[in-house]
Design a protein around this ligand. Sequence first.
Ligand SMILES: *[C@@H]1O[C@H](CO)[C@@H](O)[C@H](O)[C@H]1NC(C)=O
Ligand SMILES: *[C@@H]1O[C@H](CO)[C@@H](O)[C@H](O)[C@H]1NC(C)=O
Length: 194
Amino acid sequence: MTVQLFALVLVLLMECGQSKIPPHEEVARVARYVVNQCAWASMATISTHDPVRGQPFANLFSISDGPVGYGKGIPYMYLTHMEISVQDLEVNSQASLCMSLAQTDFCKKQGYDPQSPLCAHVILSGSVVEVKNASVEALEAKRALFDRHPEMIDWPTDHNWFFAKMNITQVWVLDYFGGVKIVTPEDYFKATPY
Ligand SMILES: *[C@@H]1O[C@H](CO)[C@@H](O)[C@H](O)[C@H]1NC(C)=O
Ligand SMILES: *[C@@H]1O[C@H](CO)[C@@H](O)[C@H](O)[C@H]1NC(C)=O
């Protein structure tokens, strides 16, 4: 086999393994797939800042649950207490993360509007918890995040960055017509997206 042909076969294998969305009725698998494909999420917190104190506040965060094709389902984040939403989390750690295949080329290729349920999106409810500094999980979070967000390595050290994760209590999936579907954290973590 020529080198070119070998490379082509390799690329095709990777495409098959990593870019095919599971069937819509396999909701837990779809949820894991969407979370793994997405490199960022919008996160809503309960604001502690005037004049919107007590109101929902949506903001954007880089996330990673592991390498594309090998995610474990836990969205990790790299946060600093200087950040406005992180200040909310210090008062109330409850949060909601939303991720959509609109951020990949899937929906554009299929011609799905981001608000269409066919443009699969997932909403996670739960709380954001700090990953203990210098723990085994902190190393895992670091690897998961820095591989997909290499610029993080150079973020200013005086910001005292720390690793955090979403402690998921409920998964909501929009991947087809007929309304939102619910997945328990147990089923979500048991599912194999690829
Ligand atoms: C985490 O631990 C490392 C090494 O143990 C230390 O250098 C760093 O300052 C700690 N970070 C925070 C935010 O406590
Ligand atoms: C995650 O959330 C559940 C349900 O609210 C709670 O019982 C558990 O203590 C939380 N885990 C952590 C690490 O905060």
